[in-house]
Write a protein that binds this ligand. Sequence first.
Ligand SMILES: Cc1ncc(COP(=O)(O)O)c(C=O)c1O
Length: 360
Amino acid sequence: MVGKQKITGPAFFIGKEGDGLISFGSGQPDLPPPKEIFKGLENPRLFKYGLIQGDKKLREALAGEYPKAKAGNFVITNGASEALDLAMRVLAKMPGQNKILLCRPYYYSYPPIVEFAGLQPIYTQLKNGLIDLDDFKKKIKKVKAVLINSPSNPTGRVETMETLKAIERITKKLGVWVISDEVYKDLIYGRENYLIKGRHVITINSFSKTYAMCGLRVGYLYSPDREFVQKITDMKVHTSMNTNSMGQAMALSAMRAPRSYVKNQVAIWEKRRDLIYGGLIKLGFDLWKPEGAFYVLPKIKNTESALGELYYKYKVIVYNGAWFGAPGRIRLSYALDEKKIEEGLRRIKKFLKGKESWLK
Ligand SMILES: Cc1ncc(COP(=O)(O)O)c(C=O)c1O
């Protein structure tokens, strides 16, 4: 590996591969998308501008997944990332508070997205990776919106149904918006998910994770409030225009793939979860057992040195927990095949030799 540039953040690693690297970095599924997505792409219509709100057929298909929803309640976006960005910027223009409540640890883009919109993030610290309702109740009174992400990146934890229902109730009563980032809603082991509902709830989702299509950049925003949807569309016309038409056609075909596609993926993720969790426990790490998504967040001292040595000496990419508001931890994505996970664990074991105190 040439040179030793400083590792500044996730952008340093995103897209890096080959050269014997084992990447536990970016959360991008290595599994193939549904084979159906490659059908019907010869349509010349796909090379023209499309509806800013998104392809009507795709929105109609999505409406079938949400009770009482209509195509008009959706905007198709360039990944969940654009949906989050537009939601924050539209909220920023509405009257009232300018604070947004985030749960810490958080997905690393949340604080910048809030700040880019001219809003101010405030935080509730997760306890054992889960929302502490006492602290939540204190802070929720001071904000315009709260961002919920369950299953969570980076904790891998899933909020209990009671907590999610309590959040739904409390925010409705106070008139606080909920932005529910559900990009991992299908990747949950052990129980059914609960999705927060209501007129005050803005749901964000994506085809990146469930359908392994992250490079195509297709996500969406759903709100029962048509006025809010209109504001999002009015803003999107001045930023990215329509979302990539070919990606939308592929997303629609993905939704028509047999449901067994998703079920099979989840079974694979669960096996990998057991492999990495068991392996890291065996190496002496302290971590939560993930219940959803595909991340682990073990504790380790000297995280910056660990990142540098793992990358430059052992060709292993891990992310710094500090990027997610979790200093003293590293985040590993297990979106890679079992052989690579095993090899990565072997390299981490070598790296840890003589550094056992880093895990205490
Ligand atoms: C919690 C969370 N939200 C949003 C995103 C962005 O997803 P997309 O690829 O749809 O923009 C990610 C990507 O890792 C994520 O983990």
